[in-house]
Each structure stands twice: as C-alpha cells, then as structure tokens.
Design a protein around this ligand. Structure first.
Ligand SMILES: *[C@@H]1O[C@H](CO)[C@@H](O)[C@H](O)[C@H]1NC(C)=O
Ligand SMILES: *[C@@H]1O[C@H](CO)[C@@H](O)[C@H](O)[C@H]1NC(C)=O
Ligand SMILES: *[C@@H]1O[C@H](CO)[C@@H](O)[C@H](O)[C@H]1NC(C)=O
Ligand SMILES: *[C@@H]1O[C@H](CO)[C@@H](O)[C@H](O)[C@H]1NC(C)=O
Ligand SMILES: *[C@@H]1O[C@H](CO)[C@@H](O)[C@H](O)[C@H]1NC(C)=O
Ligand SMILES: *[C@@H]1O[C@H](CO)[C@@H](O)[C@H](O)[C@H]1NC(C)=O
Ligand SMILES: *[C@@H]1O[C@H](CO)[C@@H](O)[C@H](O)[C@H]1NC(C)=O
Ligand SMILES: *[C@@H]1O[C@H](CO)[C@@H](O)[C@H](O)[C@H]1NC(C)=O
Ligand SMILES: *[C@@H]1O[C@H](CO)[C@@H](O)[C@H](O)[C@H]1NC(C)=O
Ligand SMILES: *[C@@H]1O[C@H](CO)[C@@H](O)[C@H](O)[C@H]1NC(C)=O
Ligand SMILES: *[C@@H]1O[C@H](CO)[C@@H](O)[C@H](O)[C@H]1NC(C)=O
Ligand SMILES: [Cu+2]
Length: 379
C-alpha cells in the first residue's frame, strides 16, 4: 500500500538495490560454503606441573600447557565446546579474530558473555573471515590467561598458496610468563593494595623457561632442525605484561606476516613483540652448519622506572646432523648472559664465551606490529 505512494525515484532506487542484492547474494552463499566446520573440545582441568624446581597446580585446557592448537583455514567455521571442570569461572578470547556478526563469541567475561561457571558448558561459534596467519586464544577473566593459552594457525584457503615458498615445517613459538606463586593470588593482592602486581619469576618459550634460570635446564624448548630447510616460526606473545625482544643466534629471520595479515617480507636479526601480538617469520637453516646448537632467546624491552621481570628465556635450535657433535650441555654451562637491552640505545653485540652468540648487532629495530589493535584487547 505504502509502496504505491512512493515517488518513482525511490522505486527505481529500491529496484537498483534489489538488483544489487541479487548480484551479491550468490557470492555470500559461496563464501559461506567455502569453508568447513572445525570442532574442538576444551576441557578446563587442573594439572600439576614443575617449573624452576617447584611443583604447582595450574589451570590447563585438556591437561596441556601451553594448550592445544587450533588449526583452521580462512573461511572455516570454528566450534569450540568448553567444559569447565574447575572451581574458577572461565571464558576464552580468540585473540585477534574479527568476530563478524558473532560478537557474543569474542569471550571477554562480563563484556560479551557471563563467565562459564563450574560444571557448565559453552560453545564458541565463529567463522574466520579475511584473516590468515597466526593468532592465539587465551582465557579472558582475571589472570587465568597466565596458563590458559594456545596457538591458532590460520591456513590460507584450500589451493591458495602462501605468498612465500612453502616452509618445510611450521612451529609455534609462544612466549609466556611464569610465576612460582598462584597467579590469582598475585593479581588479587595487587587489586587490594593498589600496588603493581609481583613480577613473574621467568619468561617461557612454549611453556619452558630454559637453561638461564636456576634449576631449569631440563625445562628447555628445543627445536630440532635439518640443514638447508626453511621453517615457519609462528611467534605469539602470550605474556601478561611484557614486550619482548626475540632473536636466534647466527640466524636471520624473515618476517612475512603480522596479526594474521601478510606483510611485505623483510629480514631482521631481532624483533620486538608485544603481549597480544603475533607474527610469522621464516628461519632458513644453514646448509653447512659448523655448530650443532644455537640459542634462541627473548627478554624484555623496558625504558621506564619500576620493577619488572628482567630475565631471559632461552631455547635451543639444534641441527640434526650426526657429524657435528651436540654441544648443548657444555655450551649452556659456558654461556655468558648477555646484557639486557631495555631500549635500542642499550643494545650492543654480545659474543658469548663458548658456542653461542646471542644478541646480534642491532642496526634497526623492527616493530612487528602493524597496528595497535591487538595489544589492548588482551588486557
Ligand atoms: C597435584 O599434586 C597434589 C599433591 O601431590 C595432589 O594432591 C593433587 O591431586 C595433584 N593434582 C592433580 C590435578 O594431579
Ligand atoms: C562466577 O560467576 C558468577 C556469575 O557472574 C558469580 O556470581 C560468581 O561469584 C563467580 N564465582 C567466582 C568464584 O568468581
Ligand atoms: C553456529 O552459528 C551459525 C550461524 O549463526 C549457526 O547456523 C549454527 O547453527 C551454529 N552452530 C552451533 C553448533 O551452534
Ligand atoms: C609478592 O611479593 C612480596 C614480596 O616478595 C611477598 O611478600 C608476597 O607474598 C608476594 N605475593 C604473592 C601473592 O605471592
Ligand atoms: C640463581 O640463584 C642465585 C643464588 O640463589 C641467585 O643469586 C641468582 O640471581 C639466581 N638466578 C636466576 C636467574 O634466578
Ligand atoms: C634433569 O634431568 C636429569 C636426567 O633426565 C635428572 O637426572 C636431573 O635430576 C634433572 N634435573 C632437575 C633439576 O630436575
Ligand atoms: C656467529 O656469528 C658471529 C658474528 O656475529 C661469528 O663470529 C661466529 O663465528 C658465528 N658462529 C657460527 C657458528 O656461525
Ligand atoms: C662452533 O663454531 C665455532 C666457530 O664459529 C668453532 O670454533 C667451534 O668449534 C664450534 N663448536 C662446535 C661444538 O662445533
Ligand atoms: C647432556 O648430558 C647428559 C648427562 O651427562 C647426557 O645424558 C645427555 O645426552 C647430554 N645431552 C646432550 C644434548 O648432549
Ligand atoms: C666450558 O665448561 C666446561 C665445564 O663445564 C669447561 O671445562 C670448559 O673449559 C668451558 N669452555 C669454555 C670455552 O669456557
Ligand atoms: C637487567 O639485567 C641486566 C643483566 O642481565 C642488567 O645489566 C641490568 O642492569 C638490569 N636492569 C635492571 C633495570 O634491573
Ligand atoms: Cu586477548
């Protein structure tokens, strides 16, 4: 009825809009069916783990620390069924995922959902649209993200190659922070006193503090590599508070992606990664390595006053070549701790006593954040 009173330009406009919609809808339909649905189940459980010579009960997903990886292709739907078996309320954030028309799946407790209570189940349901690379998931209530975190690998659509040579292997490198104390007690104390929270006791790579901490040599992440291959390292900073420098002794990194967006590739010896940021780097192994082992290490960027965790996490890059003797035991003992850079000006070349040279000469300091969008959503 109302339509009959419409002036003709509006009718024409409506017709044009309708035509446009008809053109658009088939594409939308195709896009919807391009991906598959990936099902994951997250059982939130307690687990005893030993780090820095202390055994502690932590919250985990499926008993794993760091938690399980989610792998999906761009365009896929992801369904994560979370079952809460612990006394804490929990919620999970899919850090960096653009929740297009699925904001209720984003995860921050009391922002987009009530937390999942003890004995309860919740299914996160979202589609990955227009993103590919690395992101991560973590808990998003109080400080449970100290141990509840894991990688999200987003592969390109089927039959779409990477815009760089296919890597031989893909490896997550997740930075974290470890407290000997109960992290809920740490944040609760800070909230009560108004003072800053106690700083962490160690940084970790894939949950391991590494040989530079007391009583931690057995807890070292080791990446075994073959000579002359390209590895895709999917770097994730899941630390709570600290921006970290990362470097691999005697190796160059090629940055190819940041926060699930491809970058124009560029090379660097060292990079800085803030909490909540992710980046993919290519590591080309030496064709004829003279040493079997090299350190990889991360330590904080810091310029201001105040207390912070001023320690270094190290992992080992180990070549699988029988002709070159593995030297990790003696090398670690002999390793001298490089001075910690807090700002660009303080960075200087460091030559270790034995077989590792950790912090290379720094000419430029690439920040691998493209935008700041990801930093704040983790807080
Ligand atoms: C952790 O260790 C304590 C003390 O040995 C034990 O009572 C508890 O059941 C363990 N918890 C888990 C989840 O294994
Ligand atoms: C869990 O969440 C519910 C609902 O928000 C709240 O009433 C309850 O106090 C929370 N429990 C804890 C231990 O924080
Ligand atoms: C996930 O969300 C889509 C789109 O809203 C819906 O069609 C589908 O039924 C949901 N799946 C589950 C298991 O909730
Ligand atoms: C924080 O550090 C202070 C000083 O070392 C210590 O007394 C306190 O027990 C710590 N708090 C927690 C929750 O571990
Ligand atoms: C290791 O322990 C010694 C002696 O207790 C202490 O002086 C040193 O700071 C500790 N180092 C680290 C990295 O924790
Ligand atoms: C490290 O591992 C070795 C053998 O695997 C063991 O003998 C040693 O006690 C461990 N050290 C620590 C500190 O756990
Ligand atoms: C590592 O690089 C340093 C220079 O930064 C060089 O002196 C050393 O020989 C290199 N070591 C290896 C094993 O390539
Ligand atoms: C490591 O490389 C250096 C030269 O850069 C060499 O002197 C040393 O013997 C090598 N160590 C091992 C364990 O191969
Ligand atoms: C380190 O030393 C221990 C005991 O001496 C030995 O069992 C282990 O194989 C060594 N590891 C490497 C990587 O050489
Ligand atoms: C490395 O350490 C061992 C003992 O752990 C020592 O015998 C050796 O001399 C050291 N080598 C260097 C180059 O400092
Ligand atoms: C951090 O540690 C390094 C040694 O690794 C030391 O040179 C530096 O002074 C420390 N900085 C602060 C602020 O504690
Ligand atoms: Cu987050």
């Amino acid at each position: 009825m109302a339509a009959s009173h419409l002036p003709s330009p509006v009718l024409v406009g409506a017709f044009v809009l309708l035509i446009n919609c008809l053109w658009l809808f088939p594409e939308v339909t195709i896009a919807k069916h391009a991906g598959i649905t990936r099902h994951y189940k997250f059982n939130v459980r307690l687990q005893n783990v030993t780090r820095l010579c202390q055994t502690k009960t932590i919250l985990t997903v499926n008993g794993k620390f760091p938690g399980p990886r989610i792998i999906a292709r761009e365009g896929d739907r992801v369904l994560v069924k979370v079952v809460n078996h612990v006394s804490n309320n929990v919620s999970f954030h899919w850090h960096g995922i653009r929740q297009l028309q699925s904001g209720w799946a984003d995860g921050p407790a009391y922002i987009t959902q009530c937390p999942i209570q003890t004995g309860q189940t919740y299914v996160y349901n979202f589609t990955i649209v227009g993103q590919r690379g690395t992101l991560f998931w973590h808990a998003h209530i109080t400080w449970l993200r100290a141990t509840l975190y894991g990688p999200i690998f987003i592969l390109p659509k089927h039959n779409v190659p990477y815009p760089f040579a296919k890597p031989y292997k893909e490896v997550p490198i997740i930075f974290g922070e470890w407290w000997n104390a109960n992290t809920e007690a740490v944040i609760n104390q800070a909230l009560q006193t108004g003072a800053g929270p106690n700083v962490s006791d160690a940084y970790t790579i894939n949950g391991q503090p590494g040989p530079l901490y007391n009583c931690s040599a057995n807890e070292t992440f080791k990446l075994k590599v073959k000579p002359g291959k390209t590895y895709l390292l999917r770097l994730i900073n899941a630390a709570l508070n600290d921006e970290l420098f990362f470097t691999v002794a005697n190796h160059t990194l090629t940055i190819v992606e940041a926060d699930a967006v491809y970058t124009k590739p560029f090379q660097t010896d060292i990079l800085l990664i803030a909490p909540g940021q992710t980046t993919n780097v290519l590591l080309k192994t030496k064709a004829h390595p003279t040493n079997a082992t090299f350190l990889m290490a991360a330590r904080p960027y810091f310029t201001g006053q105040g207390t912070f965790d001023n320690s270094t996490v190290a992992g080992i890059l180990e070549y699988e070549i029988p002709s070159v003797a593995s030297s990790s035991n003696t090398s670690i003992k002999n390793l001298t701790l490089p001075t910690s850079p807090h700002s660009m000006a303080l960075l200087s070349p460091q030559i270790s006593a034995a077989n590792f040279e950790v912090w290379p000469m720094l000419n430029t300091l690439p920040m691998c954040h493209k935008q700041s969008k990801n930093i704040f959503s983790s807080l």
